[in-house]
Design a protein around this ligand. Structure first.
Ligand code: GTP
Ligand code: MG
Length: 239
């Protein structure tokens, strides 16, 4: 079909592609979820229904985009990794990022009622970024970074909400009490004041959730030190 005289505008489009043979990571993050979680009365610090809904949306996204071989989620974020060899959308960044984040959002909203008895309030939406990682080590370090972030936030939030909900501190005082504490102090506080052994908290809260293409189960394993898991379960399907 003959082009119109307006067609030249296409030349302004960005067609940036991911580098060849790299792992492609797309991380989505709920925008303004602090408010969205409050509006929908999510339990604090962790609402298992919300985490299960995130996991369902991630699993649906992996079913739709079969080149995603690994996903990791915690709080309001999810990371998806495409195989090194993927040629999906010719590795074009804008297409990859927009398709995955919009598909995830659509299934999050569609499946809401499977997990929550009250109707959804507001319009959950997610930002997304795309990063190419050239080596296995960089990919592992990326996931270690996200899992350590999960640990740091969850330990803090577990202390914070126990101080507020169980001990009756104001949020301001709870924050002050936790300022300048390190992990050891927080573990001790939980044990002494609330009889909580942090290591016995649910693994899904402490470690986040790992989904692997072709495995129906979800994992809540350590990603930082677990060489066997990476070699036996993840890297075997990563090429
Ligand atoms: P932006 O991502 O910068 O737009 O901000 P945000 O408000 O989404 O905060 P951020 O992504 O930094 O952190 C996620 C926020 O989601 C947390 O601070 C919590 O407020 C909220 N959140 C995530 N999971 C839960 C949950 O299970 N229960 C509750 N109550 N809140 C949660
Ligand atoms: Mg967010």
């Amino acid at each position: 079909m003959a082009g119109s005289r307006f067609e030249y505008v296409r030349k302004f489009e960005s067609t940036e592609n991911c580098l060849l043979s790299t792992y492609i990571v797309i991380r989505i993050d709920g925008r303004g979820f602090h408010r969205f979680c409050d509006t929908n009365a999510f339990e604090k610090p962790n609402d298992i229904r919300a985490l299960n809904l995130m996991n369902k949306a991630a699993r649906d996204s992996m079913d739709e985009f079969s080149d995603i071989f690994l996903s990791y989620g915690q709080s309001d974020e999810y990371s998806f990794v495409l195989k090194r060899s993927t040629n999906f959308f010719k590795r074009r960044k804008s297409k990859l990022i927009s398709c995955i984040v919009s598909y995830f959002t659509a299934t999050y909203i569609k499946n809401w009622s499977q997990f929550f008895s009250k109707e959804i309030v507001g319009f959950p939406h997610f930002d997304a970024r795309i990063v190419c990682y050239p080596t296995k080590k960089a990919l592992r370090d990326y996931f270690s970074w996200r899992q350590v972030d999960c640990h740091i936030n969850n330990l803090y939030n577990t202390c914070f909400w126990n101080l507020v909900k169980v001990k009756g501190l104001t949020t301001k005082d709870a924050k002050l009490k936790l300022d300048k504490t390190v992990s050891k102090d927080k573990n001790e506080l939980l044990f002494k004041d609330f009889n909580i052994n942090y290591n016995n908290e649910k693994p899904i809260f402490r470690k986040g959730t790992i989904l692997i293409q072709s495995k129906t189960e979800s994992f809540h394993k350590d990603l930082v030190k677990n060489d066997i898991f990476w070699e036996e379960e993840i890297f075997k399907i990563s090429e």
